[in-house]
Design a protein around this ligand. Sequence first.
Ligand SMILES: C[S@@+](CC[C@H](N)C(=O)[O-])C[C@H]1O[C@@H](n2cnc3c(N)ncnc32)[C@H](O)[C@@H]1O
Length: 206
Amino acid sequence: MAVGRVFWDFFSKSYASQPVADEDAYQVKLELTRVYLTTDSDVLEYGCGSGLTALSHAPYVRHILGTDYSRRMVQIAKNNAAEQEIDNATFEQAAVEDLSQLEGPFDAVLALNILHLVADWKGAIAESYRLTRPGGVFASSTICLPKLNIGLKLMSGFANVTGLMPRLSPMTQDELIAEIEAVGFEIVERFQPEGGAIFLIGKRPI
Ligand SMILES: C[S@@+](CC[C@H](N)C(=O)[O-])C[C@H]1O[C@@H](n2cnc3c(N)ncnc32)[C@H](O)[C@@H]1O
């Protein structure tokens, strides 16, 4: 069982029913992303949760594939798609660690509130580049905690051992940006509400 999946399965319903924490910032991120989407776009969102973002982008793209390792999250996303009568969004259970099994390319790859939960976040960024079509974009929203304090260290250690909580990968904003650029993306958008996750869009050169 992948680390943390039990946690996300357990809290899927309550996560899905919570309102977005910062609605204004969320709308800005949707708008910034949509600049790079067209009705011909094929999009991948990994760690898609309840499918909220995938379903809001769906009317603007050809197809969006949402993946998440939590079976229950995927089921909620599928139910939401059916309820909203959206038929160009599909959802599959898959771990970020298995991105190498996915075939691209996609016009846009989205990693929203997920990289800081993945041990090999650098590997996920490298896979995102492989999966992005030349000229396409990689959008990420990431909580950058440079150092875990003792409480977070204990929590993350507990998460690693038990798989009952999400683990946290410490990283600085500079490290995140450096990694996104190192794989080949050029940062074209950067947005960060005060105290919030950093939202970046990287473009894969043609
Ligand atoms: C904080 S939620 C974010 C959901 C959505 N992207 C959003 O912004 O609302 C994190 C999601 O990532 C999923 N997740 C965490 N680690 C994962 C992994 N290693 N592989 C696939 N999904 C993962 C969880 O199941 C959960 O649905």
